[in-house]
Design a binder for this molecule. Structure first.
Ligand code: MRU
Length: 369
């Protein structure tokens, strides 16, 4: 994506060829700051504090975390320690485990002097692949937007797309998943307008999705989380596209808390509900998303407090909940496959079902049986 006219990924290798640089997403949209990760602990901390977040970017950061660990101490003991440390950072996005499991066996079989080079090379490959995969998701999803545009009675009326959380460029290495078809449609001159759910409690929609759509020139409107159902009832949403942190082999989709309610409203109003995902987000080991996907519970601070920019330009955090009231902060929910119109993947669009997923990814589906 372009930031101030310059193509920018969300993670890259620093000039010293060792440290890893990321955009500090906790500071957006108010400040654009780059954070340098110089050891595995810094990488783990960046994932935990959500300096980087979004399933594919968590995976890419974890891969570089292992590379940083190998640069310090390439022993097998340190490799296992770093693997466990990184795996514990966040429980829901399966791309974390996927990336770590891709590196670990290759590093274990290599001589320790080779491990640093191999780990950096594999982390860079994961990043480049993520960009390719997301571009393919964009090309596959573009078809849906083009079809929706063709149904508009007045030429030039925008296709209204609702999205939840941030499944954009900032959640991946580039392009995003849910936003990739949107950027492709916009770049092709198809009028699109995006309803951006603010996505309490951390406001990834209002802070991050709005930020990146705005920088790319995509027309959008930020809405409070409970608005989508009303808009759907009044014909103001043509398509819902969300991302996912983990999708079971059955097509059950785990994504940011509140996604399920949007899917229910979409079903009730005959609005197509699509989920865009790279194949590393599919957990082929799980068949029942509702029962088996671990749901992260985060600090109550995120519910009790809100951060914004004050009139004097300073970034401030204020308390918004009645003093003493208990709060709960479930970060994700699961949308059953029956509510999902289709999965937009790098290999094409499929039904959210065992059969649909297995048709697109026969080898991975077979290996997990
Ligand atoms: O808690 P977050 O901000 O890491 O959650 C991110 C999401 O829920 C995204 O929608 C999901 O990871 C898809 S990212 C392409």
């Amino acid at each position: 994506m372009k930031i101030n006219g310059k193509s920018t990924r969300t993670i890259w290798l620093g000039n010293d060829g060792r440290t890893v640089e990321v955009i500090d997403q906790t500071r957006l949209p108010f400040e654009f700051e780059i954070l340098r990760l110089s050891d595995v602990e810094a990488a783990a901390d960046a994932i935990e504090r959500m300096v980087v977040r979004g399933a594919p970017l968590i995976g890419a950061t974890a891969a570089y975390g292992l590379a940083l660990a190998m640069a310090t101490d390439p022993s097998s003991k340190n490799l296992e320690w770093a693997y466990d440390r990184l795996l514990r950072t966040r429980p829901t996005a399966v791309n974390l485990r996927w990336a770590l499991d891709r590196l670990r066996p290759r590093l274990l079989e290599a001589e320790s002097e080779q491990r640093e080079v191999i780990a950096y090379r594999m982390a860079a490959e994961i990043c480049d692949e993520d960009v390719e995969i997301n571009a393919a998701i964009g090309r596959n999803g573009l078809d849906l937007i083009e079809k929706a545009a063709a149904t508009k009675s007045r030429k030039g009326d925008p296709v209204n797309i609702l999205t939840h959380c941030n499944a954009g460029w900032l959640a991946t290495v580039d392009w995003g998943t849910a936003t990739s078809p949107i950027y492709m449609a916009h770049d092709k001159g198809i009028p699109v307008h995006v309803w951006v759910d603010e996505t309490r409690p951390r406001n990834q929609g209002a802070s991050l999705t709005a930020y990146e759509l705005g920088h790319h020139g995509v027309t959008h409107t930020v809405i409070p989380d409970n608005t989508g159902g009303h808009l759907m009832q009044h014909g103001q949403v043509d398509l819902v596209i969300t991302g996912t942190d983990r999708t079971a082999a059955s097509g059950d989709v785990c994504n940011k808390i509140g996604t399920y309610l949007k899917a229910l409203a979409a079903k009730d109003n005959h609005v197509p509900f699509y989920v865009a995902l790279p194949s590393p987000t599919i957990d082929f080991t799980l068949s029942d998303g509702l029962a088996d996907i671990p749901i992260e519970q985060r600090s109550g601070d995120e519910v009790e407090k809100i951060t914004g920019i004050a009139a004097d330009g300073s970034v401030q955090t204020v308390h918004i909940v009645s003093e003493g009231s208990p709060v709960a902060n479930f970060a994700f929910d699961v949308t059953p496959a029956r509510l999902v119109s289709g999965l937009i993947t790098e290999a094409g669009i499929c039904e959210a079902s065992h059969a649909g997923i297995a048709e697109l990814f026969p080898d991975r589906a077979r290996r997990s049986n």
